[in-house]
Structures are given as structure tokens and as C-alpha cells.
Design a protein around this ligand. Structure first.
Ligand SMILES: [Zn+2]
Length: 138
């Protein structure tokens, strides 16, 4: 028995499948799958779409981690992907502000203002705007 990481084709949950068994059931949504097929499908998805099975929130979380590591390039990539996936998510735009100010330590790169304005523009309500401004003023 060997457990292989796969992605449920129905609910996209990350699951482990036993490649010695012909078939199995997703623990999350109960959908039955053919083991060989689901492994193959997972490989195709990975090769073609990379990490794109992840949500904008996932990429924002990655971005925050890279900010902590001061890896601005990778952080930018993560927040870029987040804003492409979900342009209405202010956290992604705010992440780009953090990238271009090196987490609010350097303000030479004026492009951050543009991202700051975008994050304000997509904020859904006053409370999100308050969060943005409080973060920005730090
Ligand atoms: Zn499932």
C-alpha cells in the first residue's frame, strides 16, 4: 500500500489515495473515484495549471509568508496571482503595496500608491477601508 497525494475531481479537496486499490471514495464529499484516473488527473492539473487549484486566499497567505521572509519577488508573484484570480479581494492589492514598500519600510517605489488605491477601490465596506488605512499608516 502506498498513499499518493491527489485532488478530488469533484470538490478539489487534497486527498490521499491508496494506489494499490482500484477505487476509493473522497473523504470530503463522498465521490467515488477510480484510483488510476484520479492520480493521472491530478498530475495533469499540476503540470498544466501549476498551483492554480489554490484560491486567492491561499496565494495571499503565501504572499504574507514571503513578506515575512523578505522575499519580495516571490511575495509579488503570490499577490499577483491572487489579484488575477480574484481582483475584488483587497488583501491581494494590499499585499502588493507591502511588496513595493518592502513591508512599509521603503517608499521610493511610487507604484505602491497605485496598488493602495486599487485596494481601497475594491474594498467592500468601510471596515475594510479602515483595515487598509490602518495597515498603510503603520
Ligand atoms: Zn471530494
Amino acid at each position: 500500500m502506498a498513499l499518493v497525494a491527489a485532488k478530488c475531481t469533484e470538490c478539489a479537496a487534497s486527498i490521499e489515495v491508496d494506489d494499490c486499490k482500484e477505487a476509493g471514495i473522497c473523504n470530503f464529499c463522498g465521490t467515488a473515484f477510480v484510483t488510476k484516473k484520479i492520480i493521472q488527473q491530478t498530475l495533469i492539473t499540476k503540470n498544466v495549471f501549476g498551483d492554480r487549484g489554490k484560491s486567492a486566499e491561499d496565494f495571499c497567505a503565501d504572499g504574507e509568508t514571503f513578506l515575512k521572509l523578505k522575499d519580495w519577488e516571490k511575495a509579488e508573484e503570490a499577490f499577483d496571482t491572487a489579484t488575477t484570480l480574484e481582483p475584488s479581494n483587497y488583501i491581494g492589492w494590499l499585499g502588493l503595496v507591502k511588496v513595493h514598500t518592502e513591508n512599509f519600510t521603503s517608499f521610493f517605489d511610487s507604484v505602491h500608491i497605485e496598488y493602495y488605491e486599487k485596494s481601497l477601490a475594491v474594498a467592500k465596506d468601510e471596515s475594510e477601508k479602515v483595515i487598509i488605512n490602518e495597515t498603510y499608516e503603520k
